[in-house]
Ligand binder design. Structure first.
Ligand SMILES: [Zn+2]
Length: 156
């Protein structure tokens, strides 16, 4: 998996290498045995928007035969430690949903399919992919914290 950071220096609460490790940890946890070597993630930061949204995951890499490999994550600048990690974990759930074909966006109609069924008209936060991301984000962050603590304890 390739991870590219765009203009993030000093605008994230953590060093890039630490964020890189967290992204790989979230991917390992989510993908399990599913291969994700071909993934190209680009991570960029943006100014906060009025809708209060802290992050976004987008891909334009849909085609008929394969799942997307080029996926962009955007996070709001200068988030707190906690908000940053939780948002990153949330967006990684969407990366996993897109890269495994659970979540498909039709580029022409903008219809969104979830496990092959077109989903119409749910309120955004009630959609199954948002519910899944909301459910998994804190589980992932807890696992990451345990992982970091365990690594620290090994060194001392
Ligand atoms: Zn979401």
């Amino acid at each position: 998996m390739k991870i590219l950071f765009h203009d993030t220096q000093g605008k994230m609460p953590f060093e890039q290498t630490y964020v890189d490790q967290a992204v790989r940890f979230f991917a390992d946890t989510l993908f399990g045995d599913t291969c994700y070597n071909n993934l190209h993630l680009e991570i960029a930061l943006t100014e906060p928007e009025e809708d209060g949204c802290l992050g976004e995951t987008i891909t334009y890499d849909f085609d008929e035969v394969s799942t997307p490999e080029f996926i962009d994550i955007t996070l709001v600048k200068h988030l707190s430690d906690e908000d940053f990690m939780t948002t990153l974990a949330h967006e990684m759930v969407h990366v996993w949903q897109l890269a495994t074909g659970s979540l498909i966006v039709d580029e022409e109609t903008l219809n969104i399919s979830w496990h092959k069924f077109v989903n119409h008209g749910d309120d955004y936060n009630d959609t199954p992919w948002e519910q899944e991301a909301n459910e998994y984000e804190s589980i992932l962050v807890d696992k990451w914290k345990h992982h970091v603590d365990a690594a620290k304890n090994q060194k001392t």
